[in-house]
Design a protein around this ligand. Structure first.
Ligand SMILES: [Zn+2]
Length: 424
């Protein structure tokens, strides 16, 4: 559509001749239906669009799901790609780790870590949503994709677009962590650093999508993209032996992950794959950017945007697009929300590493620290089985923890110098 405007050289998508069909879209607010389109907002009422799944479609049994490859696509009846996906077939099915030491530290019956710090291919849960969005892009005949990102999404779009032979334009705040810039640029996309906050980047990208006709995964492809997050809920239930935990805690940036986790648990229950019910949902934010926590605590239905001031940059979204939905999911499930300081989140990173052997980025530190606070306040109960959603890898944000770690001693290659350390 806009090939003359994109400067990046690009190969024709190798899979264009196998483009998957997509679900139609329906407006969450007014119910208007639309054919598949790279549009995420209802033209009638400006409400958000979401995929409309055929209510009479055949759903798989537990055994059928278990026999499929270990990826997000084993749950494809709940994803908006109809028939066989063609891109990013190997994303998903990350480990669910039982951590008795973490449970003891938190003061809950059982703590499990859903470890998307080892997600494939870019070490964050964004691989899930991008896998769905790129199949949607191909299905819509788009040859250029992109995103507005705080880092992890940039990594995921760049890597998966490179593999698919799609051109990618990626927009990030100018001051992003070096590891996230390098972990994007290496895949060869057009990477643009924007002066301003993520919210400025996001506003710009809404205009970019309109002007150039590209598929911006978290803007005009958002209706498809967001559904990928549900696979984390499906995996948690399956990995628990087709059972739901008492409580799930997740970090909140735009609020989409928590909203979609809640939706995923309900869909599994509605399908009869787990017993009726749903976990209590708990949301975590950094206190320097906590508009959704504020909404949960204040009540009402309107986000009051904030200017982010936190080292947890991957979740520093001051005007969260799905904030009201996330707050509603938390309240509706009987859960709660908590905000933690930058110091507490660094302690959270260390607690998870020392108890569970998982090195998470700042957002994961927020999740662990918020779980500790919620348990202390009695909002997570001592009898709870809690799943902590760890969404990103600590090697991307090492600057956050460097000041908190002891300096390693330097010795000569002499046994007596080591002996002195051992005996000290
Ligand atoms: Zn509408």
């Amino acid at each position: 559509m806009s090939s003359s405007l994109a400067a990046a050289p690009r190969a024709a998508p190798a899979v264009a001749d196998r483009s998957p069909a997509l679900s139609p879209l329906v407006c969450r607010r007014c119910g208007a239906r639309f054919d598949p389109l790279p549009v995420a907002v209802c033209e009638e009422c400006v409400g958000p669009l979401e995929p409309a799944y055929a209510p009479d479609r055949r759903l798989p049994t537990r055994a059928e799901i278990e026999a499929r490859p270990r990826s997000i696509w084993r749950y494809r009846e709940w994803l908006p790609i109809l028939g066989e996906p063609v891109l990013s077939l190997d994303t998903g099915f990350t480990p669910l780790l039982d951590s008795p030491p973490l449970a003891r530290a938190l003061g809950v019956r059982r703590a499990l870590v859903k470890n998307d710090a080892v997600s494939h291919p870019t070490q964050s849960f964004k691989d899930r949503v991008v896998a769905v969005a790129l199949n949607a892009a191909i299905g819509l005949g788009l040859d250029t994709v992109g995103c507005a990102s705080t880092g992890n999404l940039a990594n995921a779009v760049a890597a998966q677009a490179a593999r698919a032979g799609l051109a990618a334009w990626i927009f990030v705040p100018e001051d992003l962590e070096l590891a996230k810039i390098v972990g994007t640029a290496v895949y060869g996309p057009r990477l643009v650093r924007v002066r301003g906050t993520y919210d400025d980047v996001n506003r710009l990208c809404a205009q970019v999508a309109d002007r150039f006709g590209w598929g911006l995964v978290n803007l005009n492809l958002r209706s498809y993209y967001g559904e990928g997050s549900k696979t984390m809920a499906f995996e948690i239930a399956e990995q628990l032996g087709w059972r739901l935990p008492d409580a799930v805690i997740a970090p909140m940036a735009g609020g989409s992950l928590l909203t979609k986790l809640d939706k995923g648990f309900h869909e599994l229950s509605d399908a009869g794959l787990v017993a009726p019910g749903a976990p209590r949902m708990y949301g975590a934010q950094a206190s320097g950017c906590a508009p959704i926590v504020n909404l949960v605590e204040r009540g009402g239905d309107t986000i009051e945007p904030v200017i982010p001031r936190t080292i947890a940059r991957s979740i520093a979204i001051g005007n969260p697009a799905d904030g009201t939905f996330a707050a509603r999911a938390i309240r509706g499930s009987g859960g709660a929300a908590a905000a933690v300081t930058d110091e507490e989140l660094v302690e959270g990173i260390r607690l998870l590493a020392e108890t569970t052997g998982v090195f998470t980025e700042t957002a994961g530190g927020v999740t662990v620290a918020a779980a500790r606070r919620l348990a202390r306040e009695g909002k997570l109960r001592a009898s709870d089985e809690v799943v902590l959603c760890i969404t990103g890898n600590g090697l991307k944000t090492i600057d956050a923890v460097v000041p908190a770690l002891p300096e390693a001693p330097v010795v000569s290659a002499k046994l007596r110098e080591v002996a002195a350390l051992v005996n000290a």
